[in-house]
Design a protein around this ligand. Structure first.
Ligand code: FMN
Length: 193
């Protein structure tokens, strides 16, 4: 707790110095370039998910790496989807979505639902087997995990809509997840030390 207090003081002092023009800390620095941002994100490993939805807004699916757990009580999860994607309007209208975490065997599906399949039709649900759980959103069979959600909150942030979902059903399998790093798909393994 003491440490936190010290950190706050230091930051506030920094902000004061900046306002007075006597320090080097700025409270409102310019954004980093898009290139620098993308490069710093590119080298990080992420899981790969299909965010799917069905209902009055239509059936939709999109590949998303920007997914994170938000809260365990209540169980909340988030996914960030570019507003250029037709999925945004569909998910918003349907009020529900499912996060399907892909297994290492499902890299082809990641490309299908990113609109760049090596064969077949982009965004084609016939490329995999599906079921449903609670919300009616497509639930991918053989995924690492399926998290069926109702929309808890939506936040507009830059180019993306952040969908925060309350998880109403969850299931998982003990298989290797698909990871994406440096624009290449892979699978995690233990370090050989
Ligand atoms: C591995 C991977 C991760 C992606 N992660 C996201 C993401 O987190 N959010 C997002 O909006 N788009 C993400 N995309 C891009 C969308 O899947 C893609 O732009 C979308 O399907 C629309 O395709 P289009 O630009 O061909 O219409 C990702 C793509 C790939 C291949």
């Amino acid at each position: 707790m003491e440490g936190t207090g010290l950190m706050r003081e230091t930051l506030v002092e920094g902000a004061e110095m900046s306002r007075r023009g006597t320090g080097t800390v700025s409270t409102d620095p310019a954004s980093v370039s898009t290139e620098a941002f993308v490069e710093a994100m590119r080298v990080q490993a992420t899981a790969v998910n299909l965010v799917t939805s069905d209902g009055p807004g239509g059936k939709t699916g999109v590949t998303v790496s920007a997914m994170a757990s938000v809260s365990a009580e209540p169980p909340l999860i988030l996914a960030c989807v570019n507003r250029r994607s037709p999925s945004v309007a569909a998910i918003r209208r349907n009020g529900v979505f499912c996060i399907n975490a892909l297994s290492a065997e499902q890299d082809g599906l990641a490309d299908t639902f990113a609109g760049r399949p090596s064969s077949g039709v982009p965004f084609d649900f016939r490329a995999a087997r599906w079921t449903t759980l609670e919300t009616g959103s497509p639930v991918l069979v053989d995924a690492v995990a399926n998290l069926d959600c109702v929309i808890h909150e939506m936040v507009e942030a830059g180019s993306h809509t952040i969908f925060i979902g309350r998880v109403v059903r969850a299931q998982h399998r003990q298989v290797k997840p698909l990871v994406y790093c440096d624009r290449v798909y892979g699978a995690p393994g233990p370090l050989s030390r």
